[in-house]
Design a protein around this ligand. Structure first.
Ligand code: XBP
Ligand code: MG
Length: 257
């Protein structure tokens, strides 16, 4: 059995609960600024999350929920412009510091660094959004903690396709059995399991009812020593918060150890 060499983290929902009060708000601000009367409610946004990627999500909305909208001739440019505006609003929201990292995330990242464990990111969100989130929560220097930041359009097929995890592992010259992935959603677990990764899930309000078949464990959060996680499915091997010892135990169990 291989040792774990790297931890690969999803961003939205996993490092921080960004969708409802970050991305959704930024989309609505961009719609307003463009003079559109579209308004993505909390509930509708939960349905739109079926499709990953902001540009893809806007197209999905128009195909399924707003079919009467007359698309402009330069539709791709229109979507790209709207999405660029959304990224601007999103990064400004991050600068306000209202979206913290989820419990246990900073502790685990720091423990991994101390232990010499390699860390990376595999996300469908736009690179600027990752820079903004990490910069405003951990400080600008934290970007360098991550050996590879695989984000956005760097691969053509976003999650649930495995491409972004495969891209990150290839850049790190690692095989799936040398890594553990951290995810929060159905599209995330599909992506990670198709990339053959052992995957730890922490759910969010939007993803708590998702199907997480294939996950090594499903938790409500990573937890802290004084505020343990709840196990939704799986064996926590006696641990109450996610640390490297627990990640190693999950990896060992997944690889028949
Ligand atoms: C995140 C996404 C992203 C964000 C929006 O999924 O689906 O599209 O919602 O970001 P995951 P952009 O957590 O699985 O990576 O608008 O920049 O695409
Ligand atoms: Mg996610």
């Amino acid at each position: 059995m291989s040792n774990i060499e790297a931890l690969i983290f999803d961003v939205d929902g996993t490092l921080a609960d960004t969708e409802r009060d970050g991305h959704r708000i930024a989309f609505n601000l961009a719609f307003q600024a463009a003079g559109l009367d579209w308004d993505w409610s909390i509930e509708l946004y939960g349905e739109l999350l079926a499709v990953t990627g902001g540009k893809e999500r806007i197209r999905f909305y128009l195909e399924k929920y707003n079919t009467s909208f007359k698309k402009p001739a330069d539709f791709s440019e229109f979507v790209a412009g709207l999405h660029a505006s959304k990224t601007g609003f999103y990064t400004k929201l991050m600068a306000q510091g209202k979206i913290p990292l989820r419990p246990g995330v900073e502790r685990l990242l720091r423990e991994a660094r101390r232990a010499g464990m390699r860390i990376a990111i595999a996300t469908t969100t736009t690179p600027e959004n990752v820079t903004a989130l990490l910069g405003y929560t951990l400080g600008g220097g934290a970007l360098k903690w991550f050996e590879v930041i695989g984000a956005g359009d760097v691969v053509p097929a976003k999650k649930p396709a495995p491409d972004i995890f495969n891209y990150v592992m290839k850049k790190m010259n690692l095989a799936p059995e040398q890594c553990v992935a951290f995810e929060d959603s159905y599209n995330g677990i599909r992506s990670a399991t198709q990339a053959k990764l052992t995957t730890l899930i922490t759910t969010t309000g939007y993803t708590q009812d998702d199907d997480f078949s294939g996950a090594a464990i499903v938790l409500d959060q990573m937890g802290e020593p004084n505020a343990p996680f709840k196990v939704i499915e799986g064996n926590a091997h006696g641990h109450g918060y996610v640390d490297l010892a627990m990640v190693r135990a999950l990896h060992k169990a997944a690889h028949g150890g």
